[in-house]
Design a protein around this ligand. Structure first.
Ligand SMILES: C[S@@+](CC[C@H](N)C(=O)[O-])C[C@H]1O[C@@H](n2cnc3c(N)ncnc32)[C@H](O)[C@@H]1O
Length: 243
């Protein structure tokens, strides 16, 4: 470990894949991205959340929106208007013609430049494992949310990253897997970063490898019953909640 008390992905890496940065990786992965990312990872968790009234959401922002896979789910579940932010232009180029987003911005999720305090939902799906530090992400989400607004973060579960030793990766060519820089965040880091930014935790759900997952990935039998993804719903207090 290079940071005191902070676990590093390299301590668990069992694959040793060549690693590239986020923009390089997603620019290469984009043609196959939606064929390889399983909805079981995040959409199944979104469907399990009980604290978010999706159809009552007027204005949302999705940080790390990618190709619009999760944005399409939001729209399909009644979210009226979504702005999308992503750092990889090639991912945005796929999202754009789908017409899911009101505006798409190429920016870092920790410094979006978008208007403060106007979004009643901030959504972050499968992005945080690419950030070395969670605090700026939770702080930016807080800045964007309106009072009473909700933050939903779905992430790759640290337990699975540690157990499988597997980074986020794609195949550059058949038989040539490439990792995208992956950081390990314990669940306590998520909770600490959220609380420090001022969020109240409403709910937390974990998705385990079950029969439906094994039907998709039969080789994962050894991971049966292990958690693979996690979702948090946070709420920004209304000013009247504070006194
Ligand atoms: C696994 S994809 C998730 C996309 C979408 N949310 C989904 O679930 O399909 C991760 C996305 O996060 C973006 N991303 C990663 N780090 C980022 C950063 N610091 N700022 C903005 N976007 C980032 C990548 O470009 C990529 O499009």
């Amino acid at each position: 470990m290079t940071v005191q008390g902070k676990v590093q992905f390299s301590d668990f890496d069992s694959r040793g894949y060549r690693t590239v940065d986020v923009q390089t990786g997603y620019a290469e992965w984009v043609p196959n991205y939606e064929n390889t990312v399983e909805d079981a990872m995040d959409i199944a968790l979104l469907e399990d959340l009980t604290e978010v009234l999706w159809p009552a959401t007027r204005r949302a922002v999705e940080l790390g929106c990618g190709t619009g896979r999760t944005g399409a789910w939001l729209r399909g579940n009644g979210v009226e208007s979504i702005d999308g932010v992503d750092i990889t232009p090639e991912m945005i180029a796929v999202a754009h013609p789908r017409g899911i987003y009101r505006h798409l911005h190429q920016a870092d999720v920790t410094a979006t430049g978008l208007e403060s305090g106007v979004y009643d939902l901030v959504m972050i799906c499968l992005v945080d494992e690419h950030l070395s530090d969670l605090q700026p992400l939770y702080a930016e989400a807080w800045r964007l949310a309106c009072p009473g607004g909700v933050l939903v973060l779905v992430g790759y579960h640290p337990h699975f990253i540690m157990t499988a030793g597997m980074p986020t990766h794609y195949d550059r060519r058949p038989g040539e897997p490439v990792a995208i820089e992956t950081y390990l965040h314990l669940l306590s880091e998520q909770v600490t970063a959220g609380l420090q930014a001022g969020w109240n935790l409403l709910e937390m759900k974990e998705r385990v490898i079950d029969e439906s997952w094994l039907a998709l990935k039969p080789k994962w039998e050894r991971f049966r019953h292990h958690p693979i993804s996690v979702a948090f719903t946070w709420r920004k207090p209304n000013t009247r909640d504070n006194g």
